[in-house]
Ligand binder design. Structure first.
Ligand code: PDD
Length: 285
């Protein structure tokens, strides 16, 4: 595949960065994953705005304007579309603080950010029928990450360890809760639950990533007159829910039928999920 590195398009296998890059040494950077279907990105402005917020939060000057980012994305799609004939392409962008000559924790003065992008095969968009979707099973763990989960940092070891715990239990993902037993998010997704036809998702704060899929979905639900509430719920509420879903750029809305060995409701994908994915799909572009 063709990648982007610091102003150049080149084969991914030829993209090289220094081991002194702070992204490598410290995980000192910000990333984004932007989904696209048939050449059309989903939530591009939201992704670029969140990237900008993350860069500001860690005092990296955004090297490009929204227009320049959008142009790089378009070119990555164009360079790679022949390699992904199904037309579902994810674009990964990564901005690290840059390459220094020494390993020293403080932000260096005279480095310029390293900018990397590449295209990857995204799973197809979700089917719009509950009989066709392949639901997830998930594990449940106390969130052991840091207190700045709203920043889409490339320092993902905490997320990676939680995700791996799910894999080690033979499931697809791990839903996380805080010390008050409130569900926050999953290791690479946001979380929704349904109870008595009302959709709940945790409100935005430092404990979770402000997911772009989450925000598009909330708006889509409102337009489709599905009731949606941004409010905390506990692991007990989660296990007692009628439906549980995850959201992310690669999974859109993913139904969950088992949490920590407990079957959710009757163990089948629910009607609200089908209404929700239809609403999301109608609104996502
Ligand atoms: N994951 N929460 C976490 C911790 C995430 O890593 C992600 C995204 C989300 C969902 O955000 P969005 O809807 O903007 O994709 C929530 C990406 C896809 C990843 O790391 O691959």
């Amino acid at each position: 595949t063709i990648a982007y590195l610091n102003g150049e398009f080149l084969p991914l296998s030829e993209a090289k960065i220094s081991p002194m890059d702070r992204g490598f040494l410290f995980g000192d950077g910000i990333y984004e994953v932007i989904p696209s279907y048939a050449g059309k990105p989903v939530g591009l402005n939201g992704h670029l705005a969140r990237m900008n917020d993350g860069l500001s939060a860690i005092s990296i000057t955004n090297p490009y304007s929204f227009e320049q980012w959008s142009d790089i994305l378009t070119q990555l799609l164009r360079h790679n579309e022949a390699r992904f004939p199904e037309g579902n392409i994810g674009i990964y962008f990564h901005i690290s603080r840059g390459t220094d000559t020494k390993r020293y924790h403080a932000y260096p003065d005279n480095v310029s950010p390293t900018v990397f992008g590449f295209a990857f095969a995204l799973p197809p968009a979700q089917p719009l029928s509950k009989d066709a979707v392949k639901p997830f099973k998930v594990a449940l763990q106390e969130d052991k990450r840091w207190q700045r989960c709203h920043i889409k940092s490339t320092s993902l070891l905490g997320n990676v360890m939680h995700f791996q715990a799910g894999i080690d239990h033979g499931v697809n993902e791990t839903i996380l809760y805080n010390e008050n037993k409130q569900v926050t998010e999953a290791s690479s997704c946001n979380v929704f639950m349904v109870k008595d036809k009302v959709i709940y998702t945790p409100p935005l704060d430092n404990q979770l990533l402000p997911g772009i899929t989450r925000s598009i979905a909330i708006e889509a639900f409102k337009r489709a007159e599905l009731r949606v509430v941004e409010n905390w719920f506990t692991t007990e509420d989660l296990l007692d829910a009628d439906e549980v879903w995850l959201s992310s750029s690669s999974k859109e809305l993913m139904p969950v039928v088992e949490v920590d060995g407990n079957t959710i409701a009757d163990g089948n994908v629910g009607d609200m999920w089908e209404a929700a994915i239809k609403a999301y799909n109608a609104y996502k572009f």
